[in-house]
Design a protein around this ligand. Structure first.
Ligand code: S6P
Ligand code: ZN
Length: 201
C-alpha cells in the first residue's frame, strides 16, 4: 500500500502550484512557441522586447502504473501576439483514446478542440468552475482571452502522454483572434489570407 503522503497534494492558489506530491514543472516562454503564432512580425517584435513567460504546468507525482490517473496544474498568462491570444502549444495524447477532464479554477478563455480524423473544431468556454471534457483523438489547446492568469487542473490516465504537432501538421486549423475587442474563431487560412494583410501585416 502507498504511503499517505504519496496520495495527497495541495493547491497553492496564490502561486498556482501544487504542494506535497508535486512532480515536474514545465515553463514555456515566447521562444518555446516559435512558429505557432500567425503574426510573425508581432511575434518577433514581442520576443525582441522580452522572452515573456506564457505558461507553466506543474505535474502531480501520483502513482503512475497501468490504470492510474495523473493531473497537472496549468497557469496560462494573459497576453496577445498581434490579434491572437496567448495559448498553449496544444497536443494529442500519445495514447489516442485517452480523454481528459479539466477543472477551471480562475480566469477566462476557451478550449480549442480539433478532431484528428475529421479536422472538425469545437471551441468550448473555459471559465472559473467550468468542467470541460476533452474526448480521445482530439488535439486540445487552452487559450486565455481574459486579463488575468487562466488556472486549471487537467486529469488524464497516467499513461496518456503528449504528442505535439510535427512538421507535416504543424498547427491547429483555426485561430482565436481579437476582433472589435471580442474573441472570434476563424479559419487560419482565412485569417492569413484575408484578414492580416488588410491590417498591413
Ligand atoms: C496534459 C494537459 C495539460 C497541458 C497544459 C499545457 O494532458 O492537457 O496539463 O499539458 O495545458 O499544454 P501543452 O499543450 O503545452 O502540453
Ligand atoms: Zn492533454
Amino acid at each position: 500500500m502507498y504511503d499517505p503522503s504519496q496520495l495527497v497534494s495541495y493547491l497553492d492558489m496564490a502561486a498556482a502550484d501544487l504542494l506535497g506530491t508535486a512532480g515536474s514543472l514545465t515553463v514555456r516562454r515566447l521562444s518555446d512557441l516559435n512558429g505557432l503564432f500567425e503574426d510573425i512580425d508581432a511575434y518577433n517584435k514581442a520576443l525582441s522586447r522580452e522572452n515573456s513567460l506564457v505558461y507553466t504546468v506543474r505535474e502531480a507525482a501520483f502513482p503512475s502504473d497501468e490504470g492510474d490517473l495523473t493531473c497537472a496544474l496549468g497557469k496560462l498568462m494573459p497576453g496577445q501576439i498581434g490579434d491572437e491570444y496567448y495559448f498553449t502549444k496544444g497536443h494529442l495524447h500519445q495514447w489516442r483514446e485517452a480523454a481528459e477532464i479539466y477543472l477551471v479554477l480562475s480566469g477566462e478563455g476557451f478550449m480549442l478542440l480539433e478532431d484528428e480524423k475529421s479536422g472538425e473544431s469545437r471551441l468550448l468556454p473555459f471559465q472559473r468552475n467550468g468542467l470541460v471534457y476533452v474526448p480521445g483523438h482530439a488535439a486540445h489547446r487552452t487559450i486565455n482571452t481574459g486579463d488575468s492568469p487562466l488556472v486549471y487542473l487537467g486529469i488524464t490516465p497516467a499513461r496518456a502522454g503528449h504528442d505535439y504537432f510535427t512538421d507535416d501538421h504543424k498547427n491547429f486549423l483555426k485561430v482565436v483572434v481579437e476582433v472589435s475587442d471580442k474573441p472570434v474563431l476563424m479559419d487560419r487560412e482565412d485569417y492569413h489570407r484575408f484578414y492580416s494583410p488588410l491590417k498591413g501585416h
